[in-house]
Design a protein around this ligand. Structure first.
Ligand code: ZN
Length: 165
């Protein structure tokens, strides 16, 4: 059996990618890969910055007038190179480009307390860094989201041969 459609992380760029689509009870859920760092080719984000991006991103997305009630999940990747976003609907990268510009623009400009980041609301409330969350968000906005190209929206694939039964 020859399997294709495997992501080549050696060639993956920063960007917005459709990771998966699932039909759940007759409605489609699209899972996006919001990739902020080149895998293994530059330093990943700090856990602190990514945790703050999780809090600020989720608060912004859930309160968004147009998209808020379609947001199912927003959260960090364990590899600290990006985030996953699950939205209701059969969507492509371009459909959410403006939403991501708004989201990361909001984080880049944010002033004040990080939402839901007290000890009673967050399981690791000291693991935050607002200054670095803003810096990482501005870098992603300016260098990637404002200059989106095809290579930032379609996965590079490697061909894998697997011999099975
Ligand atoms: Zn938290």
């Amino acid at each position: 059996m020859i399997e294709k459609n495997k992501i080549d992380y050696n060639k993956l760029q920063r960007g917005i990618y459709v990771r998966e689509k699932r039909d759940v009870g007759g409605s489609v859920i699209t899972m996006f890969d919001i990739r902020m760092k080149l895998p293994n080719r530059e330093p990943a984000m700090s856990q602190q910055a990514l945790h703050t991006i999780e809090h600020l991103g989720l608060a912004f997305l859930r309160n968004h007038a147009e998209w808020g009630n379609r947001v199912i999940y927003w959260g960090p990747m364990g590899c600290c190179t990006g985030n996953h976003l699950l939205l209701e609907g059969d969507l492509e990268s371009r459909d959410i480009a403006e939403l991501m510009r708004e989201t990361f623009g909001h984080i880049a400009e944010y002033e004040g307390d990080i939402p839901h980041a007290t000890a009673s609301e967050c399981a690791n409330y000291m693991l935050h860094n607002l200054a670095m969350a803003k810096w990482e968000s501005r870098k992603y906005l300016v260098e990637v989201l404002n200059e989106l190209k095809e290579e930032n929206m379609s996965y590079p694939l490697r061909e894998v041969e697997e011999y099975g039964l």
